[in-house]
Write a protein that binds this ligand. Structure first.
Ligand SMILES: Nc1ncnc2c1ncn2[C@@H]1O[C@H](COP(=O)(O)OP(=O)(O)O)[C@@H](O)[C@H]1O
Ligand SMILES: Nc1ncnc2c1ncn2[C@@H]1O[C@H](COP(=O)(O)OP(=O)(O)O)[C@@H](O)[C@H]1O
Ligand code: SF4
Ligand SMILES: [Mg+2]
Ligand SMILES: [Mg+2]
Lengths: 270, 270
């Protein structure tokens, strides 16, 4: 049975760092993992591939649906992780969110899921704006579980709360639930307790933490994951633990988002 | 003649800090200023009003277009600045960008611009995603000039570059142009030279700088602008200079956005 999950969060919060390293760690344990970047920035798989890859929407625009072949958009990266980037519309036109669904439908048509038979499917989705477009992966059940990456910055918590409003709206249909929050210690203020308190008020938990680490940018400059660049490092071990925590996680929640007033109060304390 | 400009930038970059203080400074010099928040977060005018105000979209949903009156959505704040918040759709549905245009059209229908007769109209727009939705203010000529707030964080520069791609697409119709970049020194790395170099490669200039200042969060906790909380402070003087620089600015550009590769190279140097 394929396990499918989405990772949401504000731009720059650490989604791709989490996704690419957890994917590499799951693949190391023998799982067949497929990663689809759904951020118009299209750099989710850069460290897995060592370069940027052509996106589904770029190839779709260039060759049309009839001309596209699976090998134009699907690539094998580090540890055999299968890499795909949805891409985005040209800035200024089209709907970034709808682009994600077009890309997912195209992969379906090309038979990607039958052919690749992944055990785990991970979607990395931008969470700055939870509009109808970017909520499509939630609405259409692209993934059963959602994990949200957050720091204790007010903007990150605000974005995480909005994502929970989106999840709550669609969890009624039984399609999607919140698996947990991933705490990233990379912000100026490093207070995991704030995010743990926030998670419990939402009705969920912090499933794991990524500490601030200078190995992350150093591996990124070499376009490698941490697992490739420094496999014996402490931070590589933390990504292996995070991968295991995600696989073992049985907690599912339909979150209870905070009101604007509650958020304002919380931010004053930070 | 009414002067209209948009301020774009990534979430949390300092747009509302800039807009609310520059609006207060322009009003201090006798200009009649109207500010419209176009960020679904709807907190652009919080420090001008001392509280959150009802949004156009919330009132539209509650009363319908026939039941709405101008005084339901337009409020007078500090120094007489006229405050409006567009609001956003419920998270997960609808188009955040289209909500902005619905709100602007509703104000038009209610005769806001004739009745209020602002000298200056400022729109504060979220720039994390430059999709068809959030680019509508550019496409429909809501404002002639765009200013972009940026720090030297790679994500902020990436967002600014995307906004420039949107401006370039619509500047061909002669509707909109880039007035300049506003540098905000609030990031961990405070290197104005990086943003000045970026601005000149785009074909524009840095019109002014907001230094990191602890008076900004302190005034914010009291729900006041800096001009109200500390009118004689150095930072209040800087906002007065920024307001003057915007009014005197004659430079207009159709920007030349950087390619992904150029951005990657630039970020490696940061
Ligand atoms: N825990 C961390 N320690 C150090 N740097 C980090 C950490 N998490 C993320 N980063 C850095 O932050 C930047 C943004 O991370 P990324 O994963 O690309 O964010 P997103 O995918 O959410 O936009 C990257 O340059 C990455 O190197
Ligand atoms: N120059 C600065 N110095 C100190 N704090 C700042 C500065 N600029 C912005 N901030 C703080 O950063 C936060 C985000 O700013 P805001 O103007 O709300 O961003 P945006 O409107 O772009 O989302 C606010 O809490 C504000 O107090
Ligand atoms: S639905 Fe969202 S992503 Fe799509 S155009 Fe609207 S704001 Fe943009
Ligand atoms: Mg990413
Ligand atoms: Mg704002």
């Amino acid at each position: 049975l394929m396990r499918k999950f989405c990772v949401y969060g504000k731009g720059g919060i650490g989604k791709s760092t989490f996704v690419s390293n957890v994917a590499a760690a799951l693949a190391e344990e023998g799982q067949r993992v497929m990663v689809m970047g759904c951020d118009p920035k299209a750099d989710t798989t850069r460290n897995l591939m060592g370069r940027r890859i052509p996106t589904v929407l770029d190839v779709f625009r260039a060759k049309g649906p009839e001309g596209m072949r699976l090998e134009d958009v699907i690539f094998q990266g580090f540890n055999g992780v299968i890499c795909v980037e949805a891409g985005g519309p040209e800035p200024g036109v089209g709907c970034a969110g709808r682009g994600v669904m077009t890309a997912a439908e195209m992969l379906d048509r090309l038979g990607a899921y039958e052919e690749m038979k992944p055990d785990v499917m991970i979607y990395d989705v931008l969470g700055d704006v939870v509009c109808g477009g970017f909520a499509m992966p939630l609405k259409n059940g692209l993934a059963e579980d959602v994990y949200i990456v957050s720091t204790c910055d007010p903007m990150a918590i605000y974005a995480a709360n909005n994502i929970c409003k989106g999840i709550k709206r669609f969890s009624r249909r039984g399609k999607v639930s919140l698996g947990g929050i991933i705490y990233n210690g990379r912000s100026v203020v490093d207070e995991p307790g704030i995010v743990e308190d926030f998670a419990s008020r939402l009705g969920t938990h912090v499933i794991g933490r990524m500490p601030m680490s200078d190995i992350i940018p150093r591996s990124e400059i070499r376009r490698q994951t941490v697992l490739q660049y420094a496999p014996k490092s402490e931070i590589a071990g933390i990504f292996r633990e995070l991968a295991r925590a995600i696989c073992m996680n049985e907690e599912r929640a339909s979150p209870t988002p905070l009101s604007d007033e509650e958020l304002d109060l919380m931010n004053q304390e930070i």
